[in-house]
Write a protein that binds this ligand. Structure first.
Ligand SMILES: [Zn+2]
Length: 508
């Protein structure tokens, strides 16, 4: 499915010429970071610490031009390295000198600096580019969504290729300055804090800053005409929300949901610990997509999330990701449960808080409503495969796995783990085995069996997530229809939680 790199004779020759004989240990960085789900995503040989992205965008024509300045450190002796990018590049400089570049595969930009980079050395990489992102399809899709008044970049696991060159993998996080020039009357939304605006000759520049490490897929950009609301939460955190002016019938429900952000982020911090970032909020552009995405500090919501009325549950889900996914990010995409299992479980906790069904009742309902022959159970939330990475089983069975963990360690230890993990790993990366080791340390219990049962077994567990001393929940028999009558009652929150299931229906 993913194309292999083809190293041309020309690039092999340029590599030979660029590396002096005395530096024969200098090698090309790999074209992928080594992720088994997405072998070409990210790149080897360097680590990015900062992206400075300076753009000019014309909403009428979708023309984007820009200069990205990337601060990186070589992690090996590098003769050549790749960035992931899809627009047309006109010039690349490395440490001030013009660098040779070529493209390969779907999104590989291969850069050969004039002087090779020694391991541990700092590199400043400047890439000049332009394009019409909506016309660029990679692997058959685009993550750049045109709106009636502009455009939006938001997708998982990839969105950066359409607006800035990057080391596109969550294992390489960096800080961001995003500065965009747009015709007067348009606004620019991105991550973090709006550091300033300035106008001149009919154009306005918006400068955004995210000062905490951020994964590339969590960087977002929207240009259009928005109504903005600004506030601070009860705990003092700045809130910045934006709504397209043309949301139609979904406008009020969107506001009735997203304007709850301040209340909900303060509520979540009671469970997940201190909020890790310096700003919070969401934006609802007029896009035809159906999903929401936990873009760091500034959550992307599709208007369709509010087509059936307000939904605070989806706001809770995306806010929970600010701890589980954004502050503590995946080291590899196969561990997606660390993001989605816990974000869905936060919705269970919100349901409990709203007296619309306890987490246990929701977990019982998930367990009971899928008979053993339902393909739902063949997906392992702990390693679902790239094609099922955002399958509902990752979310629902993933949240049942969290409830099973809670039952195994007891409420006191469970809530200690839930809050302690994002504190311990703040701004970093992690894997499921590392989470298991942490949970075992805190609880003093071996958790291999419970996690294997709920995360890594491609069949329905023999019994549900039963709390100590409780009776096993009834379940639909294989082949039974949904109306078989033996199900536990549907929790009141169920439908709103289901309405968030298109949360990451990436590139479909
Ligand atoms: Zn999610």
């Amino acid at each position: 499915m993913r194309k292999r790199l083809i190293v041309s004779a020309a690039s092999a020759l340029s590599l030979f010429l660029a590396v002096p004989a005395s530096a024969s240990d200098f090698r090309a960085g790999t074209a992928g970071v080594g992720d088994s789900y997405y072998p070409t995503y990210g790149n080897g040989g360097y680590d990015v610490s900062h992206y400075d992205i300076r753009l000019k965008y014309q909403p009428a024509t979708d023309e984007l031009e820009g200069t990205a300045t990337i601060l990186a450190t070589a992690t090996q002796d590098l003769s050549r390295f790749n960035l992931d990018f899809a627009l047309n590049v006109s010039e690349v400089r490395v440490n001030g000198r013009l660098a040779a570049f070529t493209t390969s595969g779907d999104q590989e930009l291969e850069i050969t600096p004039a002087r090779p980079l020694a391991k541990g050395s700092q590199a400043t990489v400047v890439v000049r580019y332009k394009g019409v992102p909506s016309t660029v399809k990679k692997y058959g899709f685009t993550s750049w969504h045109r709106t009636p008044d502009g455009a939006v970049a938001a997708n998982e696991p990839e969105a950066a290729w359409w607006w800035f060159p990057s080391n596109d993998h969550p294992s390489d996080k960096a800080t961001y300055d995003v500065s965009v020039l747009v015709p007067d009357g348009n606004q620019v939304i991105s991550n973090g804090v709006l550091a300033g605006t300035s106008s001149q000759a009919g154009w306005t520049r918006y400068s955004w800053r995210e000062n905490k490490p951020q994964a590339t897929y969590l960087a977002t950009l929207a240009i259009g005409k928005f109504d903005i609301t600004r506030d601070t939460t009860a705990s003092g955190l700045p809130v910045y929300n934006a709504y397209s002016k043309d949301l139609g019938d979904n406008a009020d429900a969107a506001r009735a949901s997203v304007e709850r952000t301040g209340e909900l982020v303060d509520w979540l911090s009671g469970y997940l610990g201190e909020y890790p970032f310096s700003s919070v909020g969401g934006y609802v552009p007029n896009v035809p997509t159906g999903y929401a995405l936990e873009t760091q500090t500034r959550i992307f919501y599709s208007p369709r999330q509010f087509a059936k009325g307000s939904n605070t549950s989806v706001v809770v889900h995306e806010l929970a990701h600010q701890w589980y996914g954004d502050s503590v990010s995946l080291s590899r995409w196969s561990d997606i449960w660390l993001n989605e299992g816990f974000a869905r479980y936060a919705q269970f906790l919100w349901s409990e808080h709203e007296n619309e069904g306890t987490a246990q009742e929701l977990a019982d309902y998930v367990y009971a409503s899928h008979p053993a022959d339902d393909p739902f159970w063949t997906i392992k939330p702990g390693d679902p495969g790239p094609d099922n990475q955002f399958s509902s089983a990752v979310y629902e069975r993933g949240a049942v796995a969290v409830q099973a963990l809670r039952n195994a360690v007891g409420d006191e230890k469970f809530f200690q783990i839930l809050k302690g993990w994002p504190t311990e790993r703040r701004y970093g990366n992690a894997t499921i085995p590392e989470f298991q080791a942490y949970a075992e340390k805190v609880s003093g219990k071996k958790l291999g069996d419970v996690l294997n049962t709920w995360l890594f077994t491609p069949s329905k567990p023999a019994v549900g997530p039963v709390p100590p001393g409780a009776a096993a929940v009834a379940s639909l028999a294989p082949g039974a229809g949904a109306d078989a009558g033996q199900l536990p009652a549907e929790p009141k929150s169920w439908k709103k939680i289901q309405d968030t299931n298109s949360a990451h229906e990436a590139h479909s």
